[in-house]
Design a protein around this ligand. Structure first.
Ligand SMILES: Nc1ncnc2c1ncn2[C@@H]1O[C@H](COP(=O)(O)OP(=O)(O)OP(=O)(O)O)[C@@H](O)[C@H]1O
Ligand SMILES: [Mg+2]
Length: 506
């Protein structure tokens, strides 16, 4: 049975329906209007019905969701005003993650998992440079050289650069300038701390989809206060997570409740300077991931920061106050107003600018998937603490988490860097690569393990330390399970690359 999650109240309680939660949502509003608390109230509600949540915590103030709230006059007033009969303070089970490994468990991806396309975006490469990077991935692939961490990619670039002439006949022209540009990009990435994010053990998405002993969904909080200073890294990272989810999760049909709910705070960063091809793919992934039981909620100051095609897919909406000072503000107010199903009692454009803190225009989908008429409503107070926890509390939670110790130690197994070094050391530059069991495995697994944004035949996945047999076995199972989705992914791939795919391989 679907469940009703009370998020707000006008004359009547306003419910987000659990079986409509995968139709995505939007939380928008000017700074200080209550977006984070609304996110917190939604996340708590999902957690209570056993749905795991992922949320990026840009200001550190979402961490309070791990603690029961404390009584204060404002909350008490809201509880009374909204007549919330059995309101009780409670915290949620939380797992903290951090790309830099400081405020949470380290979260990593391998270079191969990221793939040349996302990498190019991360490094800000042009088409020519992107083409060369794709070749470097392919050469690594063809030679059984695993690309796991940043030094693997650096070693591989050096190798390809040094031997550009030898590779030319088989792979086409590889310009020294492009190699140089990519290398400079990697140095910059390293300075931003990107090296920490690349390598093994890579994130196992199952670790984000847990419930605790009481059946509550675990709220996964990504510490993003530092990450947000590198907006491209932040956006690429979240994009990678989204694509991983899309790729890994089986079709879920129309579940009573989502498998996972994903909150994108500062969502405008995701779309800033995003090349049209990737933007189109984001839009497609947002549309298709619904059937995998994943709900995506964008949180942003201004709804016009989200492209129309994506905005149109966000069914559940909470619009906090907007200012209407500048022409751009006014445009945003108009745009926001137009996205709601009108209510004769409400002049949306006027009300948007008048809303108080923790008050919003709310429209959730009804049980047929149609947006309800917009209501002016108070958002429920959270059951958990508003504002950040102490560093000690964070440490304690990290120490007792389900994944404590799993990701803390970097594993640096034999991959491109080590193999190329060994070869240089032995002086046998032209000798065939001694791939060994581990290196050969991902090559065998490549067809089923490749993310949608990668170029077919160009990358391998890490295999995450599996032996050859394990990898092949897993691949076989996955191939059966995801055959249909896979075709779809291939279809996306084809349209993504269009004509330039052949050009860049020539
Ligand atoms: N639903 C609510 N119940 C109780 N208090 C609330 C609620 N919403 C907001 N508040 C109060 O308003 C303050 C600001 O809200 P919040 O931090 O969510 O704003 P924001 O829109 O996320 O701001 P920013 O853009 O700066 O991140 C909160 O610290 C809290 O005190
Ligand atoms: Mg906020």
């Amino acid at each position: 049975m679907p469940e009703q999650l009370q998020i707000a109240q006008s004359d009547e309680p306003l419910y987000l329906l659990s079986n409509m939660a995968n139709r995505h949502g939007l939380v928008a509003g000017a700074t200080g209007t209550g977006k984070t608390v609304t996110l917190q109230v939604m996340a708590e509600s999902f957690s209570r019905i056993g749905v795991p949540v992922f949320a990026a915590d840009v200001k550190g103030d979402l961490s309070g969701i791990s603690q029961p709230g404390v009584d204060n006059p404002k909350i008490a007033a809201r509880v009374t005003q909204m007549q919330l009969a059995d309101f009780a303070f409670a915290g949620c089970p939380v797992t903290f993650w951090d790309v830099f490994g400081e405020q949470g468990h380290p979260i990593r991806a391998t270079v191969s998992e990221m793939g040349p396309l996302l990498f190019s975006r991360l490094l800000g490469l042009n088409d020519t440079q992107e083409g060369v990077l794709a070749l470097v991935f392919k050469i690594a692939d063809d030679n059984g050289l695993l690309l796991l961490d940043l030094k693997d990619l650096q070693a591989m670039l050096r190798h390809v650069g040094d031997n550009a002439k030898d590779f030319q006949t088989q792979y086409g022209n590889i310009s020294a300038a492009s190699i140089g540009a990519i290398q400079r990009g990697l140095v910059a990435l390293e300075q931003q701390g990107g090296a920490k994010f690349l390598g093994e053990p890579a994130l196992n998405l199952d670790d984000m989809m847990q419930t605790d002993a009481n059946g509550q969904g675990v709220v996964n909080i990504l510490a993003a206060d530092k990450l947000i200073n590198s907006p491209k890294l932040y956006a690429t990272f979240l994009l990678w997570m989204l694509t991983e989810l899309f790729e890994k999760l089986p079709e879920a049909g129309d579940p009573d409740k989502p498998k996972l709910v994903f909150f994108f705070d500062e969502a405008h960063l995701l779309f800033t300077d995003l090349p049209k091809v990737i933007q189109d793919k984001v839009q497609q992934v947002v549309r298709l991931i619904r059937s995998k039981g994943v709900g995506i909620y964008f949180v942003t100051q201004n709804p016009i920061d989200v492209p129309d095609e994506v905005l149109g897919q966000l069914g559940n909406r909470v619009q906090h106050a907007l200012r209407a000072f500048t022409p751009r503000d006014q445009k945003a107010v108009k745009a926001a107003a137009q996205t709601f199903r009108t209510n004769p009692k409400i002049n949306i454009e006027t009300v948007i600018t008048e809303l108080g803190v923790g008050e919003a225009l709310v429209s959730f989908l009804d049980d047929k998937g149609t947006p309800n008429v917009v209501e002016r409503a108070l958002i429920c107070p959270p059951h958990s603490q508003i504002g950040p926890i102490t560093p000690e509390q964070r440490k304690q939670i990290m120490a007792s988490s389900l994944v404590a110790g799993v990701y803390e130690t970097v594993v640096d197994r034999e991959s491109a860097y080590e193999l190329l070094q060994a070869r240089a050391g032995s002086g046998a530059v032209a000798a065939p690569v001694q791939a060994g069991g581990q290196a050969a495995a991902p090559a065998a697994a490549a067809p089923a393990e490749r993310p949608w944004y990668d170029i077919p035949g160009i990358t391998t996945k890490s295999g995450r330390g599996d032996t050859l047999v394990e990898t092949v076995a897993k691949t076989a199972v996955r191939t059966v399970g995801v055959a249909v989705g896979r075709q779809l992914v291939r279809g996306l791939m084809g349209s993504l690359l269009g004509g330039s795919g052949t050009k860049r391989r020539g």
